[in-house]
Structures are given as structure tokens and as C-alpha cells.
Design a protein around this ligand. Structure first.
Ligand code: BGC
Length: 510
């Protein structure tokens, strides 16, 4: 009862924007946009880049891609990075979040062979950003593991922790003096639950309930090792901040039945707690309820031990506090209900035992999983404040998908509604330092290919030059960055966008 009343009050309070107060983003609040290497770079085998798991997966299974377009060429940012930076200057953003392709700089996956042409590419991109006072925010790993490391078990192999640490060391050595914001991993749940549990995401291992948990432990430990490495060897010299980006969508109970409210709590422990607890909780470790549930199920299924691997006391210590900021990737909200039918087991879905849905009256995007529910961002922010004691947050992704076309009014609406929710969350005590829109431009949306467009800029994939054009949302975002307020009725006079002169960037402590 209590939960539902709370949901309704919050929904109407936020959806209706019942007060008329004008809320403003602080002057030092940072605005940026994001992309990732596989999704934009192209040049998949150019200049000695090694093969990665997405190259292999989509080459071997072209039929899984909605429109058949893989990342071989993508936006060709490898050759068009200067145009990308020009777009960032047009938007007037403070930072650009992009990722480094591990196999572009280490074609063998290991540190024995450094590909200087790969290093040069990222060096040129970073220099171009700095030249125009745009702060690089670099993700070390955004889903594209070198294939050779996958052949050795990938993230299910505990040695992956060392492989990642070696890779991180090279990246910190090469770019540490220029980059102040680092993100170790993008969305461990996608890497592991989708890639090792499922079959629609590379490396498509499809061993849910086992491989996904092995992967989660190793990915989190790899993150922590890279964090500690930066702390001991580079922090004093370079004074940068290191965080991790987690997928933090929100979940609410579908109704007030006790079984659904309890299932929602459990779902949050599996979707948020599993990744946040080891780093941000006082006691560290995976959440107790998750450990208990997987152990109980595993024993019932005839396993000798829990399918969720344990963290030793040293590992718990290594992980606890291993982030200067929480990178929050937030897109949508789900309603949760206790599963009525039996789910295939073993699997993480069976361990959680819920069904997810989204109300049909929430605005739909071009992606089946993505509907607009701005109040969810507000509730998510308050939840993490309460459970994890006000962590420093950077929104490292948030976005909306459409079809082709420059007049993307549904993206503009979604953006404005979520900004209002974000401003309220900040007013109510959330320590959000910045916001990063996904994405700068249309790109290869994994197995959706280019059938779902997330860009503030449209990309013409048919053209040789992969021409980019500003959408309406780019103009609205640019204006918002300048004005720092959400103007519900502001419309540009025309679709022209020009370069904004930026002041020298002032670093924000994370
Ligand atoms: C991922 C991006 C992806 C976006 C939209 C995020 O979870 O990090 O790579 O394109 O979602 O699906």
C-alpha cells in the first residue's frame, strides 16, 4: 500500500511539474556527450588493429543484426575524428566520453606488442579535444574484448583481472598526463549477464547462472585493480579521478501485493546491489540476500557450492571504496512482478524470479526496452543516496532512440523531462556533478545495427564520408548548456548550428 501511494505521489509530482520554480544547473555542472569505440570508430582491421569479440560475433552471425550493418565502418570516426570534435565545439560541451579499443592498441591482447598507430590515433583525438578546451573522459572497456583473450575464456577466466590491469597500465602511461577522468568498465551487467549469460551480445556464451557470475566477479576485481594502480602510481602525479559506469535503470513494484514488493527489492539487489555493494557499501561484498538466494538455489539444483563465486576478505577489501565517482547510465524504468511461470534454470533470471513490464502509456522510443519515465531517474538517485550514503555521481549515459530524420521532437521532450527530474534530484540532495548524453551521433547499436538511432547528430551511413548533421535535439541541448535552464517552449529559428567559443575548462573534483 505504502509503496504504491508513494509512487503515485512522486509520479504526479514529477510528471506534472506542479510547482513553477525555475531550477538552474550550477555553473560548474558539466555537460557532455558519449560514444564508444566499436560503435563509432570503424576501421576494424586498419593499421594493425587486432580482432575483438564484436568483430568476430557480427562477422560470424550477420543474420542477428537488425539491418545487417556491423561496426566494420560505422561512423568511420577513425578517419573523421576532427569532424567529431567540431561537432562537440558546435554543441559547446565540457567533456567528451569515448572509449579506447583494447585491440587497437594491443593487437595481441597482451602488453608484448604495442600498436603505435593505435596510440597515435587516440593521442590525436585527445590533443584535438584539449586544443578546444574539451575534457576527455576515457572509458577503458566498452564491451570490445580482444578475441584472443576470449579464446582463453575472457572474463570467465580469473587471469582476465591481470590482463586488464596490464592494459590499464599502458593506457595510464601513455595518456595519464592528458586525461583527468577515467572510467574503467562500462556496464558490467551488459558485459556479463548479456554477453556470458545470454546469446545476443558478444561473446554470446549463453551459460546463464554460472558464466555471468564468474564474469561479474572478475570484471569488478579488474576494475578495482585498475583503480588501485592509478591510486598508487599516477594519482599524485596526474590528479585524475577514476570511476566505473553501471547500468542504473529504476524498478518499481507493479502493485502493492507483498510478494511483488518483495520481488522488487530482490530485483534491485540483483540489478543494482550486486555491482554497487562491493564498492560503495560499508560492509563491502555482494549483497547478503543475493548470496543467500543463489546458494539456496544452487544446492537445490545439486551444485556443491553456490554458483555465485565468493569474494575473499582481501578481495572485499580491494573492492571497497575503489571509485572516486559513480558513473550512472540511466535510460528507463521497469515494473516488477513475481514470476508466475517457471523460468529455465539454472539462470540469473530464475535466481531473481521476476517478470518485467512497462506501462503502455509511457512514451515509446525506437527500442523495445526503452520507454520514457523521468520520475525513475529521480527515484533511482534518491535510492542510491539512501542506501550508499550520497556517492558522487556522474551521469555517464542517458539517451533516446528514434528513426532517421532531423526533427527528433520525441528526443527533445524526453531530454527536457529527464533534465527536470535531474534538477529535482539535485535539489533533494543528490551529488550529481555532470551529465553525458548518449550519443553524440547515430552509431552501431550492437545487434540493432543502425535501425535504432541514438544520435544528437544524424549520420548518413550510405555516404562515403558518413556525413553528420545536427538534429533539433542538438540545438536544444546546445541552448540548454548555454542557458543552464530547461526551456519547455524554446525552438530554434532554423536548423543551423555554429561553433560555440568555450572558456578554459575548470576541473571539477569528483
Ligand atoms: C550502452 C551503449 C548503448 C546504449 C543504448 C548503453 O547501455 O553503454 O553502448 O548504445 O546503452 O542501448
Amino acid at each position: 500500500m505504502y509503496t504504491v501511494i508513494l509512487v503515485l505521489i512522486t509520479v504526479s509530482g514529477i510528471h506534472g511539474w506542479s510547482d513553477t520554480k525555475v531550477r538552474r544547473f550550477r555553473d560548474d555542472f558539466l555537460f557532455g556527450v558519449a560514444t564508444s569505440a566499436y560503435q563509432v570508430e570503424g576501421a576494424w582491421d586498419v593499421d594493425d588493429k587486432g580482432e575483438n569479440i564484436w568483430d568476430r560475433f557480427l562477422h560470424e552471425h550477420p543474420g542477428v543484426i537488425a539491418d545487417g550493418r556491423n561496426g566494420d565502418v560505422a561512423c568511420d570516426s577513425y578517419h573523421n575524428y576532427q569532424r567529431d570534435v567540431e561537432m562537440l565545439r558546435e554543441l559547446g560541451v565540457d567533456h567528451y566520453r569515448f572509449s579506447i579499443s583494447w585491440s587497437r592498441i594491443l593487437p595481441t591482447g597482451f602488453s608484448n606488442e604495442i600498436n603505435e598507430k593505435g596510440i597515435e590515433y587516440y593521442d590525436s583525438l585527445i590533443d584535438e579535444l584539449i586544443k578546444y578546451n574539451i575534457e576527455p573522459m576515457v572509458t577503458l572497456f566498452h564491451f570490445d574484448l580482444p578475441q584472443i583473450l576470449q579464446d582463453l575464456g575472457g572474463w570467465a577466466n580469473p587471469l582476465s583481472v591481470e590482463w586488464f590491469e596490464d592494459y590499464a597500465k599502458i593506457v595510464f602511461e601513455k595518456f595519464g598526463h592528458k586525461v583527468k577522468y577515467w572510467i574503467t568498465m562500462n556496464q558490467p551487467n551488459s558485459i556479463c549477464v548479456d554477453g556470458y549469460g545470454g546469446i545476443e551480445f558478444a561473446p554470446a556464451v549463453g551459460f546463464s547462472g554460472v558464466a555471468d557470475y564468474l564474469c561479474i566477479k572478475n570484471v569488478l576485481l579488474a576494475h578495482a585493480k585498475a583503480y588501485r594502480l592509478y591510486q598508487t602510481e599516477y594519482k599524485t602525479k596526474y590528479k585524475g579521478s577514476v570511476g566505473i559506469s553501471l547500468s542504473l535503470n529504476w524498478a518499481d513494484s507493479v502493485d502493492n501485493k507483498t510478494e511483488n514488493v518483495e520481488s522488487t527489492d530482490l530485483f534491485r539487489e540483483f540489478s543494482i546491489g550486486l555491482y554497487m555493494n562491493p564498492i560503495w557499501s560499508k560492509e563491502g561484498d555482494f549483497p547478503a540476500v543475493v548470496k543467500k538466494r543463489v546458494l539456496q538455489k544452487s544446492i537445490e539444483q545439486g551444485y556443491r557450492k553456490s554458483r555465485l563465486p565468493e569474494l575473499s576478505s582481501e578481495e572485499i577489501k580491494l573492492l571497497k571504496g575503489s571509485a572516486d565517482f559513480l558513473g550512472a547510465n540511466h535510460y528507463t524504468t521497469y515494473f516488477v512482478k513475481k514470476a508466475e511461470k517457471r523460468l529455465p534454470s539454472p539462470s540469473i533470471d530464475d535466481d531473481i524470479g521476476v517478470e518485467l513490464s512497462q506501462p503502455s502509456d509511457w512514451k515509446t522510443s525506437q527500442s523495445s526496452w526503452l520507454r520514457s519515465a523521468p520520475y525513475g531517474l529521480y527515484k533511482m538517485s534518491l535510492h542510491i543516496n539512501k542506501v550508499y550514503d550520497y556517492p558522487a555521481v556522474f551521469i555517464t549515459e542517458h539517451g533516446w532512440s528514434t528513426t532517421k530524420g532531423l526533427k527528433d521532437s520525441s528526443r527533445v521532450k524526453n531530454l527536457r523531462n529527464y533534465f527536470n527530474a535531474l534538477l529535482l534530484a539535485i535539489e533533494d540532495g543528490t551529488d550529481v556533478k555532470g551529465y553525458t548524453a548518449w550519443s553524440l551521433m547515430d552509431n552501431v547499436e550492437w545487434i540493432a545495427g543502425t535501425s535504432e538511432r541514438f544520435g544528437l547528430y544524424e549520420v548518413n551511413f550510405e555516404s562515403k564520408e558518413k556525413t553528420r548533421k545536427a538534429r533539433l535535439s542538438a540545438l536544444v541541448y546546445k541552448r540548454l548548456i548555454e542557458q543552464r535552464i530547461v526551456e519547455e517552449d524554446w525552438k530554434p529559428d532554423n536548423m543551423n548550428i555554429s561553433i560555440t567559443k568555450r572558456k578554459k575548462y575548470a576541473k571539477v573534483e569528483l
